[in-house]
Design a protein around this ligand. Structure first.
Ligand code: F6R
Length: 605
């Protein structure tokens, strides 16, 4: 998705902006650009392609400060040099970078063209530069405010005025804008990862905020009204966690970080005295939780699938009906929202637009919602106001790995807590706390099998289609395994409930289509081995992820994971499928950390 960086201070802006753009590369983009204010003029460089393509365009030691820069992910207009941001007005006085969508761009463009404005791009964003120029206002903030009053849509916006280089004006509506506070210098970004090298003291703007940023500080205002206080917040991300270290890919690094990430999500949350868990950020009175008759979980992609694992945990441990639904679907179907349903929004980034909109819809209709979020201070975390932070550290690879695992564990913590308020026995609570504490070492044991999984991955390298099947608790694991494989290897991968196979998908089984079967040793083991027989009878290759022990069927490959308690088994069964997807992608030579067409946090509809 699009990214914004801005700098104002005594240093030359270009090196800081370019470094910031590199930090945003992980989000996915198709073009990049930079605008620098120098000697009362703007210098603008932009290019289709990667940030390193933009670097080639820049002169040695480009001069200018302040500056703004952007990575673009095309929505209106193809990826091209001229559609890349920044965009300028006709006189090249103002430069803007914009994340989001100007929904009434067509009408605004027609009005501007009728007044003689000649557009240089096909983007919706360019109208902003011309509108700001047309305002003829005393101050930059007034020009920006005036323009934004005409705009319908979403924006994270940064604006530079070459005639008034003591200020950058930023605004937010539906797309994140964060300020970074330095020593006599200020930074602007759409994502904290572009700031952490310079400062950990940040300010999150809210929707409807406009800010004037100067080298010595910032002032925040509402779009239409007066000043508003937005206090700084210290973030705990370390700059080292944004580098690959000794790993070739962030995805591989983040898979390896899982034991540590699990320790962090569990830290301080296991309360053995009462065989329960303690979740400080939840802030619900026990009575409020006991009033809930149903749980509804909302998220997108892997966050939704982690929600499916969560729904099963809640049903098993708290015996409350629980159901996960893609937030992207929920928000469009005028959902029935009942006051005795408790909603949980799941989002690693805390910025996914569909999930945010679902949360706003739930709140608007008066229901209670909490978040399971990784990025502290992110929009969904703030919109929910309470919840569980994962503390998994930054996830840089576009595909989720460690945060999927941490989210599933956060659900286990919540399910135990809720269960112990209801009728989960102390003995069962204690059994699960012991199992949770054992997970980091068990994940380490799975990671130690990497070589074996890499060998098995070779069997998938030339495959066109692959299937993943599982029953009950195994089905979300199959879904996540298929999603990971398709995202990073571009192999068509489908997940089916194992029990549904003979109702249709069995027609697709053939010698060239491998199936991965999630095969926990649970009460469904015999049923699942029958499924394997059915696939083998159609000469389909079979690979199983299972627990140690003898298999009653012959298969083409086996990965064993340590046994946990049955409720927590899905968490461990998923780990080898991450490594499988990674090694298949490695064998196929794809862009593992930035798969084509995908973005890290999807901040548009
Ligand atoms: C899959 C993946 C995506 C995200 C989804 C939601 O590997 O990364 O499916 O899970 O876009 O993102 P968040 O969790 O940031 O809301």
């Amino acid at each position: 998705m699009c990214g914004i960086v801005g700098y104002i201070g005594e240093q030359q802006a270009a090196p800081i902006l370019m470094e910031g753009l590199h930090r945003l590369e992980y989000r996915g983009y198709d073009s990049a650009g930079i605008a620098l204010a120098t000697g009362g003029e703007l210098k603008v460089f932009k290019s289709k392609g990667k940030v390193r393509d933009l670097e080639r365009l820049l002169p040695d030691h480009p001069k200018g400060t302040p500056g703004i820069a952007h990575t673009r992910w095309a929505t209106h207009g193809e990826p091209s040099d001229r559609n890349a941001h920044p965009h300028c007005d006709a006189r090249n006085r103002y430069a803007i970078v914009h994340n989001g969508i100007v929904e009434n761009a067509g009408a605004l463009r027609a009005q501007l063209e009728a007044k003689g404005v000649v557009f240089r791009s096909e983007t919706d964003s360019e109208v902003l530069a011309h509108l700001i120029a047309a305002m003829d206002a005393e101050t930059l903030i007034e020009a920006v405010r005036g323009a934004l009053r005409l705009v319908v849509g979403t924006y994270g916006l940064a604006v530079l005025d070459s005639k008034r280089p003591d200020t950058i004006v930023v605004a937010r509506n539906g797309s994140p804008v964060i300020l970074g506070i330095g020593e006599h210098e200020m930074f602007v970004a759409s994502d904290v990862s572009a700031l952490v090298r310079h400062t950990q003291n940040v300010v999150h703007l809210d929707d409807g905020d406009v800010a004037v940023v100067r080298a010595d500080g910032y002032e925040t205002f509402t779009l239409d009204g007066g000043p508003i206080v937005r206090a700084p917040l210290m973030i705990d991300w370390q700059v080292e966690s944004l580098s690959k270290g000794s790993f070739d890919h962030f995805m591989r690094k983040e898979i390896a970080e899982q034991p540590e990430a699990i320790r962090r999500v569990l830290s301080g949350r296991l309360e053995s005295r009462f065989s329960t868990t303690h979740i400080g950020g939840l802030e619900f009175a026990a009575r409020e939780l006991l009033e809930a008759r149903r749980i509804k979980i909302l998220g997108c992609g892997s966050a939704y699938i982690a929600g499916c694992v969560g729904a099963q945990l809640i049903e098993q441990l708290a015996r409350l009906p629980a159901h996960a639904e893609p937030a992207s679907e929920f928000r469009y179907r005028n959902p029935v929202i009942e006051p005795d349903t408790l909603y949980i929004a799941v989002s690693q980034s805390g910025e996914t637009f569909d999930t945010l909109s679902a949360v706003q819809e739930v709140k608007r209709k008066g229901a209670r919602v909490f978040g399971i979020v990784n990025v502290v201070g992110s929009t969904i975390a703030r919109e929910c106001g309470r919840g569980i932070y994962l503390h998994a550290g930054p996830e840089v690879a576009v595909v989720s790995t460690k945060t999927f695992t941490s989210t599933a564990i956060a659900f286990a913590l919540f399910a135990i807590y809720l269960g112990r308020l209801r009728d989960l026995s102390a003995a069962n609570g204690a059994r699960l706390l012991t199992a949770l504490a054992a997970l980091p070492a068990q994940v380490e044991a799975i990671l130690a099998q990497e070589q074996k999984i890499a060998t098995l991955a070779r069997a998938f390298a030339n495959t066109r289609d692959a299937y993943f099947v599982g029953r009950a608790a195994g089905f979300p694991v199959a879904m996540e395994g298929a999603l990971k494989l398709k995202e990073v290897s571009y192999i068509h991968a489908e997940a089916y409930p194992a029990s549904e196979l003979k109702h249709g998908p069995l027609a697709l089984i053939a010698p060239e289509t491998p199936t991965v079967i999630v095969l926990p040793r649970d009460e469904l083991f015999a049923k699942n081995t029958s499924t394997i027989e059915e696939i083998r009878a159609r000469r389909g290759p079979t690979y199983v992820v299972t627990h140690p022990g003898t298999l009653p069927v012959t298969v083409d490959g086996v990965i064993e994971v340590p046994k946990s308690e049955p409720e927590l088994d899905p968490i461990l069964l998923n780990i080898p499928l991450q490594l499988l997807a990674y090694h298949v992608a490695l064998a196929r030579g794809t862009d593992i950390d930035q798969p084509r067409n995908l973005a890290k946090s999807v901040t548009v509809e």
